[in-house]
Write a protein that binds this ligand. Sequence first.
Ligand code: AMP
Length: 285
Amino acid sequence: MKIINSIREMQAFSESVRNAGQKISFVPTMGYFHDGHLSLMREGRQLGNCLAISIYVNPTQFGPSEDFEKYPRDFERDKSLANSVGVDVIFYPEDKEMYPEFYQTYVDVENVTENLCGLSRPGHFRGVTTVCAKLFNIVKPHYAIFGKKDFQQLVAIKRMVLDLNMDLEVIGMPIVREVDGLAMSSRNVYLKKEERESALSLSRSLKIAKDMYDGGERDATSILGQVKKYIEGHPHANIDYAKICDTRTLKDVLRIECECVLALAVKVNKTRLIDNYVFGSQLDI
Ligand code: AMP
């Protein structure tokens, strides 16, 4: 497994792989791996001949009062996990490589980033789409694999790739959960023992919503009423948002008549957790 820090070197490596007629799969990450990350890598291993990943905690997607400095990092552990699933190359740049002095170019996807996390984390998606556009130009993948856990991120990246005619396929993978239902996240390490039960209110409320939907309920306000009541019944849990949106536009809906997603962001004390459920899909909890 190669570790590459320099953009030029990564571009040259990818160019040689492409010139040999091979397909590159790419999984962008911020590191501190869990099974969610590894599931994307396993998919990448299947899809392409060369599996590239990146580990980069991207400063431009964090707000000033967010956890950029504190974000968990463990490169040695990540390296051995990546190796165990057959990663060929890790792109692991430093900030000064990605954002040198005088850097001033950003990619801004408009409508689909306005609602949900776009409201509570201003500038977040601009940072995400910018770093992904840069990473796509550096790694030159045929396939880029993302998790549906970050549902709005996936929609925004797909939009960017379409709108900017980027020559790659974006693939969305199912949410990987702990046995108790908690969606895996690098931020779960922040959770204290006494906060775990409150953290589980997200996935359990998704199940309540699914059961209502499966029972024929289509009124978004009724479903959201039950979801919010359930989450608010937990100590430590503060809802940032709980919304039902059209999966194409990510605008709120009043009734579930097209493909819709229930998207949640909840702060469990200081830890902000997200989760979601697309109505009509499977939910393994
Ligand atoms: P991150 O390192 O948190 O930026 O995540 C890197 C990639 O892993 C993103 O595409 C995430 O959507 C994906 N991911 C994170 N958590 C999960 C999960 N529990 N299940 C599936 N994919 C995930």
